[in-house]
Design a protein around this ligand. Structure first.
Ligand code: MG
Ligand code: ZN
Length: 223
């Protein structure tokens, strides 16, 4: 009985996700869904990424937050279009919430849409938003046991950004073991070791992301 109810909810989300995806596809907007714990540094990574991509990639941001628009205000300062979704208590974004703000953007003028999900390692990954790629942000300070404890996010993500690498030496994290666990869960995942605070490693991540955006743009030109 309970299973049936859950299936119903998921398929309604799936249906909305398909609609979102077709809107992104129509204008060849590459879309990423960034997920990770509160305090892992998603917004700071995003701010640094925006500064590198500005001028080469036309991007916009959707900020998911339970109550506030603190992150959206931070993003706004970087001069890119941003829309806030307040989930009003829900601990994840769903496809319907994303659909509700898509008409506020001129998708034809965009190459990349970045969605920052609600800070949470667990359920956001279960909701397809219509994105091309899921990205995990995990900070070194969260400990090296997290991938094995929350494997779904790492299994579903195309890349993981290991943030706060500048303070690795002050933690008990076994970086080799952490990397190994991530590859056990997902052998195809890309791992970027960064510090959003110092900027270390952000270039490599931004280059990789730009390549993916450009691949999508080539499809646009080919059409
Ligand atoms: Mg944030
Ligand atoms: Zn949730």
């Amino acid at each position: 009985m309970e299973i049936k109810v859950n299936t119903g909810i998921l398929s309604a989300n799936e249906q909305k996700a398909v609609e979102n995806r077709s809107l992104f596809e129509k204008d060849r907007v590459f879309t990423i869904n960034i997920m990770g714990s509160p305090g892992s540094g998603k917004t700071t990574v995003l701010e640094k990424t925006i500064d590198i991509l500005t001028g080469t990639v036309r991007l916009a941001v959707i900020e998911g937050d339970i109550y506030t628009s603190k992150d959206a205000r931070r993003i706004e300062k970087h001069g890119v279009p941003v829309e806030q979704i307040n989930t009003g208590g829900a601990c994840h974004l769903d496809a319907k919430m994303v659909s509700g703000v898509l008409n506020k953007f001129d998708l034809t003028g965009l190459d990349l849409m970045i969605i920052e999900n609600v800070g949470n390692l667990v359920c956001p990954v279960e909701f397809d938003l219509g994105e091309d790629l899921k990205i995990a942000v995990l900070s070194i300070t969260e400990g090296d046991d997290k991938p094995m404890k929350y494997p779904l996010l790492f299994r579903e993500s195309g890349a993981v950004i290991l943030n706060k690498m500048d303070i690795l030496e002050f933690t008990d994290v076994d970086l080799q073991a952490l990397r190994q666990d991530i590859y056990i869960i997902n052998p195809d995942i890309k791992i970027f070791e960064v510090s959003a605070r110092t900027g270390q490693g952000i270039d490599q991540w931004a280059d990789w992301l730009t390549d993916r955006v450009n691949n999508k743009l080539k499809e646009k030109t080919a059409k």
